[in-house]
Design a protein around this ligand. Structure first.
Ligand SMILES: [Fe+2]
Ligand SMILES: [Fe+2]
Length: 332
């Protein structure tokens, strides 16, 4: 089972990406896309939700860490270095719980609401059946990913025998900024465009977020398997979300485009951020001495403010649209 879990389907995805892209625009036609049509057609045999579930209990290795120490933004802080090993292990488990909570919250409060707008053709784009079906499939995938990450957190709590309730943790930066941006929109259409922007950022960047957990063999195999399986679907979602954004964008007026591009910048800033509010909650919960100072030092260090370094997918998307210079964002 382990071999299957860690297998690679990138070649199939690459093949699909080489299919022709947008058809010529004809306003009397329903909009179609060969790439998305092919991805929708392959969903029954590629989607993780369609496959047998791995036995997570079998994969659990109590000797392995639940989260990479190097991803803790203050892992090398003097005060944190003095934390005893049992507490450090609990902090790593908390970090995994927080990571899962962020994934689940982004899927439930950001991604699926944006996909829902697309599935309802909220922008009046005239999406044909294959595009609507692909969007609905992605929503099913997201619901299943949320369950996968919930199961992984539940397993961590059960096998470690620790009470690590995610209800003690705040919402992450993407959900917080998404809410603020939607609330600040001037109109329902503006709010929908902001939602679409955040969904697109999340869907084109989540592979990088999931990739943070994937490669280290010293990590808990259950956690790696959960992330690897999730990431398979997200390679396809990235293509679907990117194509849909292009299709919608090309049919928007100038004001709507500006709102959408500002939303992309806002979404990128939020999605890439380290979540210091969650780290504060974790250290306080574990009564770590000097928690405030430890977190503040990392939060004020410009080199540690970002967790996700790679935003190349959204940059490529904006390059394809010829609007990278119009996005109010400092690309790096
Ligand atoms: Fe997902
Ligand atoms: Fe996704």
């Amino acid at each position: 089972m382990t071999d299957n879990v860690f297998g690679d389907e990138a070649a199939e995805h690459e093949r699909l990406l080489r299919l022709p892209s947008l058809p010529p625009f004809d306003p009397s036609d329903r909009v179609e896309s060969a790439v998305i049509g092919a991805l929708a057609g392959s969903w029954p045999r590629r989607a993780v939700v369609k496959r047998p579930e791995p036995d997570l209990d079998d994969l659990f290795d109590p000797a392995k860490a639940d989260y990479p120490q190097t991803l803790i933004p203050f892992h090398d802080h003097d005060l944190f270095a003095k934390v005893d090993e049992p507490t450090r292990d609990r902090v790593l488990a908390w970090a995994w719980i927080g990571y899962n909570k962020n994934v689940m919250d982004v899927e439930q409060y950001v991604v699926n609401p944006g996909f829902r707008l697309l599935s309802q053709d909220a922008f009046g784009t005239g999406l044909g059946d294959p595009l609507t079906i692909a969007t609905m499939q992605a929503m099913v995938d997201e619901q299943y990913h949320t369950l996968m990450h919930l199961n992984a957190s539940a397993l961590t709590r059960r096998r470690r025998g620790w009470d690590l309730p995610e209800s003690r943790l705040p919402y992450g930066p993407t959900v917080r900024h998404h809410r603020a941006a939607v609330d600040a929109a001037d109109s329902p259409r503006g709010a929908a465009l902001v939602s679409l922007a955040f969904t697109t950022v999340a869907e084109t960047s989540i592979s990088s977020y999931l990739g943070l957990m994937t490669d280290d063999e010293d990590l808990q195999p259950v956690n790696r398997a959960t992330v690897v399986l999730h990431r398979r679907d997200e390679y396809c979602h990235s293509s679907i979300a990117g194509e849909l954004l292009k299709i919608v964008f090309e049919r928007l007026g100038g004001d709507d485009r500006r709102i959408l591009l500002a939303g992309l910048a806002d979404g990128l800033e939020a999605f890439r951020s380290n979540d210091f509010a969650t780290w504060s909650a974790v250290l306080e919960h574990e009564n770590v001495r000097g928690a405030d100072r430890i977190v503040a030092a990392a939060a004020h260090d410009a080199g540690r403010q970002r967790l996700v370094q790679d935003c190349s997918a959204i940059r490529r998307l904006c390059d394809d649209l010829g609007v990278s210079d119009d996005v109010p964002y400092e690309w790096s």
